[in-house]
Design a protein around this ligand. Structure first.
Ligand SMILES: NC(=O)c1ccc[n+]([C@@H]2O[C@H](COP(=O)([O-])OP(=O)(O)OC[C@H]3O[C@@H](n4cnc5c(N)ncnc54)[C@H](OP(=O)(O)O)[C@@H]3O)[C@@H](O)[C@H]2O)c1
Length: 311
């Protein structure tokens, strides 16, 4: 980035979805070096931190984004906003499409005249989930409304004639304020309360600690890398095995993790049974190494969420 390399000014980054799980982890890794303008759904931000500025997103209209681009003059834009309710998307298609596709289209259009780098977040759900782990260049085949919206958003970015980095991730987890519990947080809460949990044995893949993804995105931004990247912990196992691993690491009762099949669970949207993301190209391009699942879980267990001073 120009400002980062010249040292004349702190880099300016416009971040959508700043209050989400990933958004808060991005703030943790960006704010030490950058000025961040966060855009979110809420009227006011609960985040107060040096270098952090906030404006309500106010819909996905291009007009407001254009004025933020003009006034803040970001060196880079990161889109961490998304409609992330995979099952809910099946009945709330338009809402999902507005957040995932239309907002992305508007961001691309705003970046284009200035040649601004866009970091965008996508998902392993763009694949059909039958033959993973997947290479970045494997052909996508999205099943379900959420998955199709995320693939459509990728296509907006790819076809947008702007410098961009698309990061696909998988089962994102991380401690953050005011977000709904992720898979591991939910599982740990139940196990610690002594309640049994039913976890699928036939959905294979990996997971990703949000701080690892945030650091990978920061690396791509500062190295000004472009292309398609995969971010996940190393390893390939079932959700059931991950929950058992968590119970062992947290000193909880492993036998409370009970097996269930995807068919028995009856989720509304299709799930990847053979998912997962190949990481070699991303690790080489960004000069990093993702931790294995066990190490990522240990880091997460020991992590303290950032206590943004306004809450
Ligand atoms: N969670 C997973 O397991 C997973 C797996 C693979 C990929 N991903 C992808 O990772 C990214 C980050 O996910 P996350 O777990 O951080 O999600 P999250 O906690 O649900 O945060 C998403 C944020 O998007 C914003 N948002 C929601 N609806 C919106 C709308 N209609 N218009 C504009 N903004 C809206 C909200 O931010 P504000 O409240 O700040 O406005 C929300 O906090 C997403 O692109 C998601 O698709 C997630």
């Amino acid at each position: 980035m120009d400002a980062a390399t010249t040292g004349e000014d702190r880099p300016r980054i416009l971040l959508t979805g700043c209050h989400g799980r990933l958004g808060q982890h991005l703030l943790r890794v960006l704010l030490p070096d950058a000025e961040v303008l966060g855009l979110g759904l809420e009227e006011r931000s609960f985040v107060a931190h040096a270098g952090f500025h906030y404006a309500p997103l106010g819909g996905v209209s291009r007009r407001e984004l254009v004025s933020h681009m003009r006034n803040f003059r970001p060196h880079a834009v990161i889109n961490a906003a998304a409609f992330t309710d995979v099952d809910g998307a099946e009945t709330r298609r338009e809402e999902c499409w507005r957040a995932n596709v239309e907002l992305t289209r508007s961001l691309v259009a705003c970046c284009r005249p200035h040649g601004v780098w866009l970091g965008h977040v996508s998902t392993d759900y763009v694949f059909n989930g039958l033959q993973g782990p997947y290479h970045p260049e494997d052909p996508p085949q999205a099943r379900g409304v959420y998955a199709q919206s995320k693939l459509a958003a990728e296509n907006e970015v790819r076809g947008g004639e702007i410098p961009h980095a698309i990061f696909r991730t998988i089962v994102l987890f991380g401690k953050a304020l005011r977000v709904k519990p992720d898979f591991f947080e939910w599982a740990l809460g139940e196990l610690r309360a002594g309640r049994p949990i039913r976890v699928v044995t036939d959905q294979l893949g990996s997971c990703c600690w949000a701080l690892d993804l945030a650091n990978a995105m920061r690396q791509a931004l500062f190295m000004r890398r472009t292309g398609l990247f995969h971010a996940a912990s190393r390893g390939h196992m079932s959700r059931y095995a991950m929950a058992q691993m968590l119970a062992r690491l947290a000193g909880a009762e492993e036998s409370l993790v009970r097996p269930v099949t995807t068919a028995e669970l009856g989720q509304a949207a299709p799930r990847p049974l053979q998912g997962g993301l190949m990481l070699q190209e991303t690790e080489a391009a960004l000069n990093l190494r993702f931790p294995d699942i066990q190490d990522a879980l240990k880091c997460w267990l020991a992590d303290q969420p950032e206590i943004w001073s306004n809450n």
